[in-house]
Design a protein around this ligand. Structure first.
Ligand code: IMP
Ligand code: MG
Length: 173
């Protein structure tokens, strides 16, 4: 049976917020080039929308990680399923994620990427659930802070479904 989805953040709200983040990044990186690193699969929709709104030169790369542990909690030990194609050496890198939850995945990933000698390394996430944080993660750009509810859409999935929803919704079982 299909689940019901309650809208938490409408398409218009999300798009407006991405406009603002794109503007902020364009301002912060004036005269530079930004290298966006997308964490697949969840970060893909957000990264594409964000990249279109950045007015300084942009290059893109993708990586895919899977965290060891249960289905709903991440252990923080991350396995790289698909690594980046390009080196980060000397680049102004922004990691683009769908959501920071416990922070375990990002904490691990950012430490790993730091070792690759980027000129700078920042984190941009569409959603942040601060109440769920276990590991400290410094988030440079946040779309929305949301309460502790399981959300889907704009890249986020429930059992691999609903990534393509153009808004953020809550699954009502
Ligand atoms: P963390 O290591 O706990 O921060 O895990 C973050 C990852 O868990 C995200 O990249 C998502 O893939 C997944 N996740 C966390 N919360 C949600 C949610 O509300 N909906 C869908 N996926 C989520
Ligand atoms: Mg993710």
């Amino acid at each position: 049976m299909a689940e019901k989805i309650r809208v938490m953040l409408s398409e218009t709200e999300v798009d407006k917020r991405i406009d603002a983040i794109g503007e902020q990044i364009s301002h912060d990186y004036a005269g530079k080039q930004v290298h966006l690193v997308c964490v697949l699969k969840g970060g893909a929709f957000f990264m594409c929308e964000l990249a279109k709104r950045i007015s300084v030169p942009v290059s893109l790369d993708f990586m895919s990680v899977s965290s060891y542990g249960g289905a709903t909690t991440s252990s923080g030990v991350v396995r790289i399923v698909k690594d980046l194609d390009e080196s980060l050496d000397g680049k102004d890198v922004i990691v683009v994620e769908d959501i920071v939850d416990s922070g375990r995945t990002l904490n691990y990933l950012l430490n790993l990427l730091k070792e690759r000698k980027p000129k700078s390394l920042k984190l941009c996430t569409l959603l942040d659930k601060p109440d769920r944080r276990v590991e400290h993660v410094l988030v440079d750009y946040t779309g929305f802070q949301i309460p502790d509810e399981f959300v889907v859409g704009y890249g986020l999935d429930y059992d691999q479904k609903y990534r393509n929803l153009p808004y953020i919704g809550v699954v009502e079982l």
